[in-house]
Write a protein that binds this ligand. Structure first.
Ligand code: AMP
Ligand code: GLY
Length: 428
């Protein structure tokens, strides 16, 4: 089988790495890929925004299977486009991807199908006065979300009326989020602990992957601004067996049944961003794709024929028996550029990656890297995901190993959190 993976981040490197372990996978192309994916397959320099170019490449290289990583391509209908042309493609079609790309759609869907989520109100740009009036009456904090895609930056937790007014001004008057900010959702702030549950589905059958926890804030102890995710670990003890059953009954099944009832065919990975509040799960957000960095932590825990498993979902007949989960645990720590998630510089030399073998229990997945003249340089805000796997499922040992690995890696301005997975202790 020849595979094309679309994307250039740590998630795509992890997907390429995991697919390369399946014996019938003959060749993996990654478009555009990064310095890490070069070690696994061939990076393709086509313009991934041009769907015809992707299709032509698939035809020329006899690609059997396309896996789409990032949400922006799903929102623009890449899966629809390729499937119409007869190419098997992992990732939902545009209508189904609205669960992520249109938060107002997702909220209406959850209310309609009685899926627990924070109470909310929707405002269009033309309703700015009503939004401001509403924000004079609410109890703070509240959460203001732009409805469209915003690369993880469109969610603002505001603690008073002044902050709320500033946020509304940025969204509606300064157009900080472009068209993504044409509608906003103002919702109740939920207190609790977050977890990420990723499910692979063909729209009807589904398999729940090991539960993980992302660490969104830039600094230790969840301080500082939100980022795309500074690290993740799996499985998380926050999600006990009984909690998972509760989530399955109240959230996963009703979501998939709701999609079927509404005649929205969803095939791909469906990511449930959850808040466990007073021992009850609520949906904070849906993502229509694998999470980043959750994927880097979860994939090393999956045994069996992973590529075949994804392929079966894409073909509409999920083969649940193709994969199983080991008793290992894993931790992914993101090494980021100085300044991230704000402005940062690129092109700093990275050393030490080759001291970590990418075999056994120590792995490095590249996020924002580029190779030039044999050396690897930083090329993004999130640069590397350093991963450790502990086959006995011992998170303390796993944490020791991952931070030992990190000491090998150096680049100017490198920053990382030192507490990834510490939350787990609270739930044990
Ligand atoms: P999102 O980009 O939708 O994942 O949101 C970013 C982060 O904002 C989440 O990971 C939560 O930490 C936080 N958040 C979003 N919605 C709520 C909410 N209703 N209550 C509390 N925190 C929230
Ligand atoms: N880790 C959060 C996300 O992928 O959106």
């Amino acid at each position: 089988m020849k595979i094309l993976i679309i994307g250039s981040g740590g998630r795509e490197h992890a997907l390429a790495w995991r697919c390369s372990k399946d014996s019938f996978v003959e060749k993996i192309y990654i478009a555009p890929g990064n310095a890490g994916t070069l070690d696994i397959g061939e990076n393709v320099s086509i313009n991934v925004k041009n769907f015809d170019e992707i299709f032509n490449f698939c035809t020329e290289e006899n690609i059997d299977f396309v896996i789409i990583g990032p949400e922006e391509y799903l929102e623009k209908g890449l899966s629809d486009f390729l499937q119409e042309k007869g190419i098997v493609c992992f990732g939902p079609k545009k209508m189904a991807a609205r669960l992520e790309s249109d938060k107002s759609f997702a909220k209406e869907f959850m209310v309609k199908h009685k899926i627990p989520t924070a109470n909310y109100k929707l405002f269009f740009k033309s309703e700015i006065k009503s939004a401001i009036n509403f924000l004079q009456e609410v109890t703070y904090p509240v959460v203001i979300k732009v409805s469209g895609l915003a690369a993880g930056k469109g969610v603002m937790i505001v603690t008073n009326q002044k902050e709320a007014a500033k946020t509304i001004d940025e969204i509606f008057y300064q157009n900080k989020f472009g068209d993504s900010g044409n509608k906003i959702v103002i919702e109740e702030f939920l207190n609790g602990e977050e977890a990420s549950i990723l499910v692979v589905t063909d729209g009807e059958n589904y398999k729940i992957l090991p539960a993980s926890q992302d660490h969104k804030r830039i600094f230790d102890n969840d301080q500082g601004t939100n980022t795309g995710g500074m690290g993740a670990y799996a499985p998380t003890p926050l999600i006990s067996k009984s909690m998972l059953k509760n989530i399955d009954d109240k959230i996963i099944k009703p979501t998939l049944n709701g999609l079927m009832k509404d005649k929205i065919q969803y095939s791909g990975c469906l990511y449930f961003g959850l808040m466990i509040s007073n021992s009850e799960p609520y949906v904070i957000e849906y993502n229509s794709r694998f999470g980043d960095p959750e994927t880097q932590a979860i994939l090393p825990l999956i045994d069996g024929d992973f590529t075949g498993f994804l392929f079966s979902a894409a073909k509409g007949k999920l083969d649940l028996g193709m994969v199983s989960f080991s008793h290992s645990c894993s931790i992914c720590v993101i090494c980021a550029s100085a300044g991230y998630p704000g402005d940062y510089e690129k092109n700093f030399l990275i050393t030490g990656i080759n001291k970590i073998s990418n075999q056994g229990n120590k792995l490095v997945f590249h996020s924002g890297t580029v190779k030039m003249n044999g050396d690897i340089f930083t090329n993004g805000g999130r640069v590397l995901g350093v991963v450790s796997v502990d086959k006995d499922g011992n998170l303390s040992n796993c944490k020791r190993t991952v931070y030992e690995s990190i000491t090998q890696i150096k680049f100017d301005g490198m920053q990382y959190r030192t507490d990834i997975s510490d939350k787990a202790r609270k739930y044990l």
